[in-house]
Design a protein around this ligand. Structure first.
Ligand code: HEM
Ligand code: HEM
Length: 183
């Protein structure tokens, strides 16, 4: 069951990370640059969390080999990393959104909003503890339409994720080549 614990944990993590960020801003008296040590670290860790979001839940869901852990726990973890990763990447941006990096940020924001919509539809469908669908309180047409809506949502959410990673990889290669290695 997805009950909302992951949202509270993500908020807690965001408050802790945000406090460190504000501390750094007060200490250095400037906004951390995306290419500095702290800004870089935020970008890299945030991106790794986003990569985990993109891959781990799907692997657990689809692979015959990866059967450990409840599906619902993996989805909670998906949502946690899917919020904390983008938050870190946003702090990494140094609040400038030019060119490809700006487009990557836009995709990131869109996928998080889309995630919330999917989470809402997903939780309308009754499931067992492990996350598999069961016939429950919702009946007949209502259950069918929720399923149809979730299938439609998948056809939008998944391509956005792919576009996001294509532009993220291009940004990372360009940034590392021109900025990090150029120093
Ligand atoms: C989805 C993940 C990421 C997003 C959305 C993102 C977004 C951004 C944004 C908005 C900027 C500011 C661009 C500007 O100055 O207008 C930036 C700069 C930068 N990013 Fe990222 N970033 C991501 C991941 C990464 C990663 C993983 C790395 C390093 C391996 C990285 C390295 C850099 C560097 C070096 C800069 C500074 C570029 C400069 O000073 O011109 N980024 N990024
Ligand atoms: C970096 C951000 C995110 C990425 C890259 C991402 C990517 C994905 C992908 C690829 C899937 C398809 C999984 C599959 O069926 O194999 C998925 C499903 C899903 N995501 Fe995300 N997501 C992100 C953030 C979020 C957030 C923030 C939420 C909730 C607030 C969320 C909620 C969901 C839900 C409910 C599903 C459907 C699960 C299912 O039908 O089994 N996602 N996501």
């Amino acid at each position: 069951m997805i009950r909302g614990r992951e949202l509270w944990l993500a908020m807690l993590a965001a408050i802790i990370i945000g406090s460190v960020y504000v501390g750094v801003v007060f200490y250095t008296r400037e906004i951390p640059e995306a290419g500095d040590l702290f800004g870089h670290a935020l970008g890299i860790i945030g991106f790794v969390l986003m990569l985990m979001t993109e891959t781990l839940y799907s692997l657990r869901k689809r692979s015959r080999l990866a059967k450990w852990g409840r599906m619902s726990s993996w989805l909670e973890f998906h949502i946690f990393t899917g919020l904390v990763g983008p938050f870190m990447v946003l702090l990494h941006s140094s609040w400038k959104f030019n060119g490809l990096a700006g487009i990557t940020t836009l995709f990131t924001i869109v996928i998080v909003i889309s995630g919330f919509i999917g989470r809402y539809i997903f939780t309308r469908i009754p499931r067992s503890l492990d996350g598999y669908e069961v016939e429950g309180s919702l009946s007949g047409e209502a259950l069918r339409s929720a399923r149809r809506l979730l299938a439609l949502w998948h056809t939008i959410h998944i391509p956005i994720g792919m576009a996001l990673f294509v532009s993220a990889f291009a940004h990372i290669i360009a940034a590392v080549y021109y900025v990090t290695l150029g120093r």
